[in-house]
Design a protein around this ligand. Sequence first.
Ligand code: AMP
Length: 398
Amino acid sequence: MKVLVINAGSSSLKYQLIDTATQQAITKGLIEKIGADAEFSFTARNGDKIKSAAAAKNHTQALNIVLDNLKDPGNGFIGSLDEIDAIGHRVVHGAEEFSGSVKIDERVIRAIEKCCEIAPLHNPPNLQGILACEEVLPDTTQVAVFDTAFHQTMPKSAFLYAIPYEYYEKYGIRRYGFHGTSHRYVAMKSAEFLNKKFDEFNCIVCHLGNGSSITAVKNGRSVDTSMGYTPLEGVVMGTRCGSIDPAIIFTMMEKDNLSTKQVNDILNKKSGLIGLSGISNDLRAIWEEEIKGNERASVTREVLVKSIRKYIGAYMVELGRVDAIIFTAGIGENDWNIRERCVAGLENFGIIIDSDKNRNVRGSATDLSTDGSTTRVLMMPTNEELMIALETETVMKG
Ligand code: AMP
């Protein structure tokens, strides 16, 4: 089945055309800066990366540019748009409405609209992507795959905050968790890799990228996760603070006379790795500085490691038996030093990393642990787009 995977942001439209039989992307690309000076980049048939200006004032125009490119006579990837069997959309927030992927109809659109209130930055552009597809490809089935869905199996004890219960009832303030598509994909692939049944598999998935979250998976189901009501909670991230004492917010507002919007901005965009290091939100740049002896760079990486270890520790206790600790996403897949530090000194818990294997990972799934390690430590590349395509296929097949 050929599935067009769409990830629509406020001014961007990312896509991949995936053949689910081969599990490979036929092509992928991105239109960014939609609305002003839009740019289109995509991978050509010979593998070249092509970038050009694009006349995309809105998501519908952006989608039309993508579709023209897909069916371009001579240089395109499909003969006609009929070859697209379905469209799979990444939708960030499904709240308590969605615990799995669904075919998009009017009822689903209304429900996604309702979730805009708690995900005002993400759901509206996701919805724009859906509406653009409805307009341009009205006869093609569309499926919504939610970032929050995998975490809907969390028990109440994991998703409730200890604030007056009425805030949960009135406003839906609770832990939702995000990156669910990645956590599920990586956990499933890891069970497969280790020849374990998914519904008996216990693991801790560390999705460490520019945005990061850690999930405890018990018998193939999410039982706890580090991101919360919004993607701001949890481990230290590129520009987000992760978990902090909420009272810090009042002090910041009082001392610097800041509005809620300003504090929101600081905690989401100016904190985390960039805020602490003053160097970059990119861990590679901070690593380079740490090697040169920059103390702030060094302490930034240590704070990051500590915040990850806290969740690993908490989830080891939560799970009791941990079959695997899994590292994925930009940092998890590429930074051997962070991986090593995250599981250092855990020999007494049966977690022993093989330093050579860990340093010599080359892109594909790798078991990083020693033969004697009772918990396996894995590097497993994530692939959210492929997971969305496979989910779409599953929904299509009923
Ligand atoms: P993602 O959000 O999953 O695309 O991850 C992006 C982040 O991964 C970047 O901001 C970097 O901090 C990190 N990253 C990517 N490649 C490397 C690398 N080779 N070493 C360390 N960190 C990396």
